[in-house]
Design a protein around this ligand. Structure first.
Ligand code: ZN
Length: 316
């Protein structure tokens, strides 16, 4: 049968050995397509891992970003960029530090039955809950009965890029001393002072035995600072929530603990709005962590990025 006869009979040309070549071309194309697809997948995987790395690597890079921010101005530059909270991963971040812990019991009452470390932890956890209720991201330096070194406490706050830092303590002295006071860096930074005075007036409204004011430096040593006020990058204050050595202060502390926690959370939120870190709806207004104007401590070199002779010593 000729090709023509075949075509007339079957309606198509006969299959010839040479036609295998067509099949071969088809498979070649499939292989090329598969290679291209594999390359495409490799490129996509690389891009995704780069994006994921950029997000999770943020903390590692904090010291350089803090340095850049410190150089750029005395406080974090304001930006109307809507994506600022997306970049940072939070609208407002606050670090709460319940003082002492573990083997360090802090101060104790006259009978030796009540310890500062327990009081600060109880209040600290309530402050955390009140802040989280507002949708604020909270970093706790501790949420159990553990001891942290002072450097560890400030590293936690700095590495987390918290915007504000509140350390909770109880005072101790002769039993007749009473009242609540708050301590700020002796550099007298405005934002830190605002945070402290907002907290003090909020707890004063709840009820305190005596208002012993916002103070700078360290008791009896104006040239020294509490470590948490000296080595945090963000506005910070140390709250002495009454004297654990005074019975009436302890009664106030126990009776008003929930109200104090709420008052501190409200004051923190108010401060963040007044400093224009967030707006009244909690929407972040700046694209960097908020920095205090006090000298910025670099834990790697154990020195200040910005120098000031006034701050020379770290205590407690
Ligand atoms: Zn203390």
């Amino acid at each position: 049968m000729t090709d023509k006869e075949f075509e007339e009979k079957y309606g198509r040309p006969p299959v010839k050995p040479g036609q295998h070549a067509k099949v071969k071309v088809y498979w070649d194309r499939v292989i090329i397509a598969l290679v291209l697809l594999a390359l495409l997948i490799a490129v996509v995987v690389k891009i995704i891992s780069a994006i994921v790395g950029a997000f999770s690597g943020g903390d590692k890079d904090e010291s350089s970003s803090v340095k850049q921010a410190a150089v750029s101005g005395d406080k974090a530059e304001s930006s109307n960029d809507d994506t600022s909270s997306d970049e940072l991963g939070y609208e407002l971040k606050v670090c709460i530090d319940p003082g002492h812990g573990g083997e360090d019991c802090g101060a104790e009452n006259v009978e030796g039955t009540r310890f500062e470390k327990d009081d600060t932890l109880k209040l600290g956890l309530k402050v955390r809950d009140a802040l989280e209720e507002k949708g604020i991201t909270v970093v706790m330096t501790r949420d159990t009965d553990v001891l942290l070194a002072l450097d560890e406490i400030t590293d936690i706050a700095n590495n987390a890029n918290a915007d504000l830092f509140v350390s909770l303590h109880r005072n101790s002295a002769n039993p007749e001393y009473q009242g609540f006071e708050i301590w700020v860096s002796n550099y007298e930074p405005e934002a830190d002072t605002l945070l402290a005075s907002n907290i003090l007036s909020a707890i004063d409204k709840v009820g305190i035995t005596d208002n012993r004011n916002v103070n700078y430096g360290f008791f009896g040593e104006p040239q020294s600072n509490y470590h948490v006020n000296r080595c945090t990058h963000m506005p910070s204050c140390l709250c002495e929530m009454g004297f654990i050595t005074n019975e009436e202060d302890n009664e106030y502390y126990d009776k008003y603990m929930d109200e104090y926690a709420q008052a501190i959370a409200d004051a923190v939120e108010k401060t963040a709005v007044e400093l224009e870190i967030v707006d009244e709806n909690g929407k972040r207004l700046i694209s960097t962590p908020y920095l205090s104007t006090k000298p910025q401590w670099d834990s790697k070199t154990q020195s200040f990025i910005t120098k000031d002779e006034k701050v020379n010593k770290s205590v407690n």
